[in-house]
Write a protein that binds this ligand. Sequence first.
Ligand code: AMP
Ligand code: GLY
Length: 423
Amino acid sequence: MKVLVVGNGGREHALAWKLLQSKQIEQVVCAPGNGGTAGIKGCQNLPLAVDDFEGISQFAQNEGISLVVVGPEVPLAKGITDYLNSKGLKVFGPTRAGAQIEASKAWAKALMQEAGIPTAQAAVFTEAAAAKSYVKAQGAPIVVKADGLAAGKGVIVAETVEQAQAAIDAMFGGEFGSAGKFVVIEECLIGEEVSVLALTDGLTIRPLQPAQDHKRIGEGDTGENTGGMGAYAPAPIATKEVMARIQKEVLEKAIAALKAKGIDYRGVLYAGLMMTPQGDFKVLEFNCRFGDPETQVVLPLLETPLEELILACVEQRLAEMPPIAWKQGAAVTVVAASGGYPGAYEKGKVITGIEQAEALGTTVFHAGTNLNQEQLLTDGGRVLNVTAAGETFDQALAQAYAGIQCIHFEGMYYRRDIGHRVR
Ligand code: AMP
Ligand code: GLY
């Protein structure tokens, strides 16, 4: 089988790596891929943008691709699945209608409210004055969200009413482009976050191991939000009992609500939840795709061949699959980032030490790299995900940190406290 993976981050590197562990997979093509996917045996990069639907479709048809796995939300929200399905290709990832669950926070909130899924109280606004007076009446802390996709930057957790009002002005002022045409204002929830990625064929939904990521740039979970500075799975806070409740109260309700809207959702439904100190939970957001970097810690633990699960979703026979099998133990990933990220940073720095890190037993997924005449260079804010799986969380953590210490590029930054909540 030949599989095409759409995307160029650490998530897509991990997907390609996992798929190629199966004997069924002869080749993986990544569009556009990165310096890491270029280096895996059996994997080839295809220099096409993730929204070049025509180019991707032509390649897939000409080269006998049996399955397209879409990594990022942007092509899903633009309708890559609808387009490729119309050309007779099999795609893992929801249609444009389904991707609204991530691409419009107002739409997702309405779906949660209709389905009775626990979530923060919220109101949706189309102009600044009403939004500001709502914030004034509610008080702070309060959360202001741009409705549309904003590369993870469209959420402001405001500590004061003034901050919230400034965020409202920025959003309606066009700072987030069309993402800010609607603004969702919601109750600020306190607690610990957990990411539950679930596989679905539109009828049945099965969660993967719960994960936690560290979104903030600074140690102690301080400073600016990022795409994620590290992650681990399983997340001990999501016990078996909690996962059983999430299945019934969130995942099954969401799939039923999508189906009731006539949406045939086949792909990943990712629920980002806030766990309250009382052991309850509320949904913060849904994503229509695998999490990044959560995927990099969930897939190393997966024992069932990934392509079997993905095909069962695409062919709508997930209910017939045996329970998903997992390796014992835990996985941890630590992100090596460019100095300055999530603000301005430089690219093109020479990366060394990956072989040494891998000799210690880690797997280094590339998030933002490229190969330039055999030389590996930094090419993004998040550069590498140094990942280790072990029989215990402590072993995995120690190995990931031993690995990252082998790696060097000018300005490299990483957090030293990934996993601190587990202790
Ligand atoms: P979202 O893209 O909606 O998940 O928001 C990104 C991040 O903002 C989440 O992972 C949380 O850290 C934070 N966040 C979102 N909604 C809330 C909320 N209602 N209360 C507190 N924090 C939130
Ligand atoms: N790690 C957060 C996300 O993938 O949205």
